[in-house]
Design a protein around this ligand. Structure first.
Ligand code: GDP
Length: 223
């Protein structure tokens, strides 16, 4: 797992040649039996996840699929460049996300993040327009306890001045003080201006170039 602000360095621009909806999974058991690397996206509802996914793969309404009736609580799979998978996870909205209270939020998401071997990285979306939200911190703490690799993505960065965005990010990072030895990796982005797109694709490209995900690095003590 890498830490700190991400930049575009090694792999240059990843071209998105194709992005297709593949299937929806109801739980870990029904996830596809393949060895494609998977990159998951999650955040509370309205964080800008659909807009970000569409911006990332340059499709106007790819992530609309996930919002159609019956699909909002499912793990929605999209195959990109016939090589890797973007997994749109159901939004979270739970009170406590400690390991013991796992059942309080989507069990399928918990199982997926905790156990899915194909999962290379979860992009956890945080609204850069808001001060730190307990719901995001709770989720992050839970992810930390299971030691699954993740990158924070601060969304909608075009809406406020860059000073305000930086202030919110700094406050968020300060809330994580002491959870890990170093602060987690993060990217600031906007679906409107496309800022952050290259950085997210860089994380994916870098992971695709490496052989296997390093699970368990960056694990924090049980909450
Ligand atoms: P989701 O519920 O997380 O999938 O969020 P959506 O992608 O549907 O976005 C929620 C709202 O935020 C919509 O009104 C979007 O137009 C708006 N939004 C999403 N991303 C951005 C962004 O980068 N900049 C701005 N200004 N608005 C955004």
């Amino acid at each position: 797992m890498r830490w700190g602000r991400f930049g575009v360095t090694q792999h240059g621009r990843m071209k998105i040649k194709s992005a297709e909806f593949d299937r929806s999974a109801t739980d870990l058991k029904s996830c596809p039996n393949w060895n494609r690397p998977e990159f998951a996206f999650i955040g509370r509802s309205n964080v800008g996840k659909s807009s970000l996914i569409n911006m990332l793969v340059e499709r106007r309404d790819l992530a609309m699929v996930s919002g159609t009736p019956g699909k909002t609580k499912l793990l929605n799979y999209f195959i990109v460049n016939e090589k890797w998978c973007l997994v749109d996870l159901p939004g979270y909205g739970f009170a406590k996300a400690t390991r013991e209270k796992r059942a309080d939020f989507n069990e399928a998401v918990a199982d997926y993040i905790e156990k899915r071997e194909n999962l290379r990285c979860t992009f956890i979306l945080i609204d850069s327009n808001l001060p730190p939200q307990p719901i995001d911190l709770d989720f992050l703490r839970w992810v930390g306890t299971v030691g699954s690799p993740f990158v924070l993505v601060f969304t909608k960065a075009d809406k406020l001045s860059s000073t305000s965005v930086e202030k919110n990010i700094a406050a968020f990072m300060k809330s994580l003080d002491g959870w890990w030895q170093e602060l987690p990796g993060f990217i600031t982005c906007s679906a409107k201006t496309k800022s952050g797109r290259d950085e997210i694709l860089e994380v994916i490209a870098e992971s695709l170039a490496s052989k296997k995900a390093e699970r368990s690095s960056g694990q924090i003590a049980d909450a």
